[in-house]
Design a protein around this ligand. Sequence first.
Ligand code: NAD
Length: 494
Amino acid sequence: MTSIAERPGVTTYQQFIDGQWVDALSGATFTRTSPYDGSVVGVYPNSGIEDAERAIRAARRAFDETSWPTSPAADRARILRRAADLLAERADAFATCIAAEVGKPKTMALGEVMATAEVFQLFAAKALNLKGESFTQQIPDAVGIVAHEPVGVVGIITPWNFPLLLISWKIGPAIAAGCTMVAKPSHYTPGSTLMLAGLLAEAGLPDGVFNVVTSETDNGALVGQHIAASELVDKVAFTGSTASGKAVMRAAANNVKKVSLELGGKSPNIVFPDAALDAAVAGAFFGIYLNSGQVCQAGSRLLVAKPIKDEFVAKLTALSQTLKLGDPFDPATTMGPVINENQLAKIESYLERGRQEAKLLTGGSRATDPGLEKGLFVKPTIFDEVPAQATIAREEIFGPVLSVLSFDNLDDVIRIANDTMYGLAAAVWTKDINVALKVAKGLRAGTVWVNAYHSTGLYNMPYGGYKQSGLGRELGDLGLEEYMETKSIQIKLQ
Ligand code: NAD
């Protein structure tokens, strides 16, 4: 095992199609540079449509011409459990790859790897519990069986912020159900998905069941579109921006394939006057700064009750200033850079906008302190007195930038919180169970935490968005149903 501080070298990858490691048919490659210091961390095949087609056909053959879709559920569960064990054994190597490509602290990347192993365990258990329904008492001379079957070939398109965890939310149920897959990871972070392809093969996944193609930026969208539109693909599972999600949904209309989308957010984090103040401050801090704010469910709109707002914001500002920006491979680092130059430029334009729209309390610019000059760092930023209609209160920034708003009462805060095109997540901090439940019921969001942000440790609940934050659910039983078709078998008794 390497230590957290050990720096990785440059890794050259091939993509994984039909159980084989292969280059792009054109021979083209692309590189990923570290957002921390600009050094090259990986070289990957730059696939085009012809490579995607090869991968899709491999997945189609594995579904139509092998026994995989009808294999015993116990075998599929065993593969998932073995994959979880192998991930735990190799957590260090996976975390090194994630930290190098994403720039997140390796300590946090290790957490992502272990959470991924947990997801595989959860879906192994679900595979063993697959069942249908029967209708035996409706009428005397007929019996009905409701059977659930794998949906077929699944196209998987994923983003860069949690490159391993978010793909496991798709691979776990797809394997449990008996589907085959073609994955296209983000061009910024393909390494861990390719490593996972090898690990799954080692865990016993048959050739052709999981295929991966990698493509640089523009090819990435082309290849993503090709997978989403393909008549040989039965479902597409996408995580990424709302704009790309809409493009995926339009392409998927080509053969009316099933679609699940996990998209963006502008999630409200609501603090009532009776909240346990220090816990709520810590929750707001974690809610916005985890992964440098590059989290779909980030608590980027903090709504604090007027009587406690100033005290709350003072504490949060002081805490924000304790974050240590730096090398992802330095164990002391608590916040890494943002993912790429485009994202940095986008965040900087929101910072400029924020200075016009609201009151800057801390941060507000790129961080270029000694040691950070080569990196894409943004100072942890808090804007106070943000009007509800301000751009920084409405648009997803996807960086360490918090907008603070205040409210008078319960009805007021529910109205402000719901005044958004998004509906991914929300949190409410209060000791009053009635207030907590009234807010939770009033919010149009797929997840509502009470006295927590990002997680309570309940990993197996359905996850997804209301409104333009998505379609369908991942994790939980619903997350498995997304990978299954339903068949009604009606039997007339003779
Ligand atoms: P993105 O939409 O740019 O890219 C996501 C993936 O889609 C990449 O693999 C990319 O190559 C591909 N892609 C891009 N354009 C495409 C197109 N037209 N057709 C098909 N595929 C296309 O998103 P990103 O920048 O990688 O990730 C950030 C976004 O993802 C944020 O908006 C964030 O909120 C969202 N996100 C959501 C969740 C969630 O679970 N809801 C989780 C993580 C990230």
